[in-house]
Design a protein around this ligand. Structure first.
Ligand code: ZN
Length: 465
């Protein structure tokens, strides 16, 4: 690491620029969000380098708390933004206590927390203390707690629980989890879990993870039926451990068969599975007509949607979305697979999948229907022929673990096909932005359209905790 506090000679600046350009190309901060100003203040988006979260559960007080230590880098002087829904009890920036009020994005599509301290270019340390209140329940057996995420709601990724960066920013994350609880707890998480003490665990997540990647669920030992099995990849030879757990299912044969078949299909079509395991929480969501939610190598779902969710470990949580305006890509691709990869030569409708809200966090629901139709039109368009499945294979091999934007998709389509897709995207993806408003994002799918990602409410999540 190069120190940013030295005197700036020419040679130093040269090294500094090299360092910056290397950093820009690295996967950890591919698409910095643009800073914005309000009055005299410039609000900036820092690059989180690593984040260490200490999560403590206390059954006597029936409470839980988070202490976070985050190292981040800023490349502009200003007021750095992050997000955290719950009000923190104490925040320190470089050892000095600061306030972190909420600020609106310029078009009010979301809110951020701001470190209310003019912050110089360089590396800084943020410490945050905050209670954990959401999705927490104590019983006589222990504690149920989960950091479940949602991509159809605003501010519902990790910021719903812990201080977090954004979907464009890969961060090295560690959870140190300790239980002041007499009974034993188990943890389901898509990171490496080690037992570090009698009631202490450390979870180390892959460094490519962003605010929409982490799966974390703890529950008293023995609360669930489960099946563990292994899939040996026919493509890479890698052994992929799979866990399926459920309260309502005890025979997991259909699950195992579906996951094995789908893994073989997707690896044959797109290439080797990226993640070190696949975790499935069967939450019996179909009772409420819900499908599920995807994570990197994990999902909360039910049997009829598990194929769709495993697809997301390739697109969505393999090739990742850099922001809410690119969330439509993986839902359109997943829905296109669900519908049997059909081709269409025509596209009658013209809607907007990308809206003029640069900081939007949630996915446009038109992705499942209109977005799917647009992908089938790309595949069937005789004026600009492209085999979309082959293109997807190339995209997966090139952009795995990388957050992408809609603009990246256009560049990759152009490179793959030799055509120019900008005009087609202007017409069918960007639409006429000036006539649209934020309400476009809240369109409910028709009942005839599948509801794999129908919005899950906080109350629903407590039911499945
Ligand atoms: Zn989906």
């Amino acid at each position: 690491m190069i120190s940013f506090h030295n005197e700036g000679g020419i040679m130093y600046r040269f090294i500094f620029l090299l360092f910056l350009s290397f950093q820009t190309n690295a996967a950890d901060f591919v698409h910095p969000y643009p800073s914005f100003s309000e009055g005299e203040k410039l609000y900036t988006f820092p690059d989180f380098l690593n984040a260490h979260y200490y999560i403590s559960y206390d059954s006597e007080n029936k409470s839980a708390s988070i202490k976070a230590e985050i190292s981040f880098k800023t490349e502009e002087e200003g007021y750095p933004l992050f997000d955290l829904k719950e009000n923190p009890t104490r925040v320190e920036l470089d050892g000095k206590e600061i306030e972190t009020p909420l600020v609106d994005s310029p078009k009010k599509e979301t809110k951020f927390r701001v470190m209310n301290q003019l912050t110089s270019i360089g590396v800084h340390t943020l410490r945050v203390e905050v209670p954990l209140k959401f999705l927490l329940r104590y019983t006589d057996k222990g504690v149920d707690s989960a950091f479940w995420l949602a991509d159809l709601d605003d501010r519902s990724f990790l910021e719903n629980y812990i201080p977090s960066s954004f979907e464009n920013d890969s961060v090295e994350m560690i959870f140190d989890v300790s239980f002041k609880i007499s009974a034993d707890q188990q943890i389901f998480a898509n990171g490496e879990i080690e037992r570090t003490g009698d009631r202490d665990f450390r979870i180390t997540f892959p460094k490519e993870y962003t605010s929409s990647s982490v799966y974390y669920h703890t529950t008293p030992l023995g609360s669930f039926n489960e099946r563990r099995f292994e899939i040996k990849s026919k493509v890479s030879g890698k052994v992929i451990p799979v866990i399926v757990y459920s309260k309502t299912i005890s025979n997991f044969n259909s699950y195992e068969e579906s996951i094995r078949q789908t893994m073989d299909e997707l690896e044959a079509d797109y290439g080797p599975y990226l993640h070190s395991s696949f975790i499935v929480y069967d939450a019996d969501l179909s009772r409420w007509g819900l499908g599920g939610m995807e994570y990197c190598g994990a999902t909360v779902t039910n049997l009829w949607a598990v194929q769709h969710e495993l697809f997301h470990s390739f697109f969505g949580r393999g090739v990742m979305a850099a922001n809410g305006n690119s969330g439509w890509i993986d839902e359109a691709l997943a829905s296109w697979r669900d519908g049997g990869y059909f081709s269409n030569q025509n596209m009658r409708e013209r809607r907007a999948l990308v809206l003029d809200f640069p900081y939007v966090k949630k996915t446009n629901r038109l992705a499942y229907s209109y977005g799917k139709n647009f992908i089938s039109f790309l595949d069937g368009n005789t004026k600009m022929p492209i085999e979309m499945k082959l293109f997807m294979k190339s995209l997966y091999q090139k952009k795995s673990w990388t957050p992408i934007t809609t603009e990246d998709l256009i560049v990759e389509l152009d490179l793959f096909s030799g055509n120019s897709y900008q005009q087609l995207f202007d017409e069918y993806v960007y639409g006429n932005k000036s006539t649209l408003d934020a309400s476009e994002l809240w369109i409910e799918p028709n009942s005839s359209e599948h509801s794999i990602h129908r919005k899950i409410s906080g109350e629903d999540l407590y039911k499945i905790l």
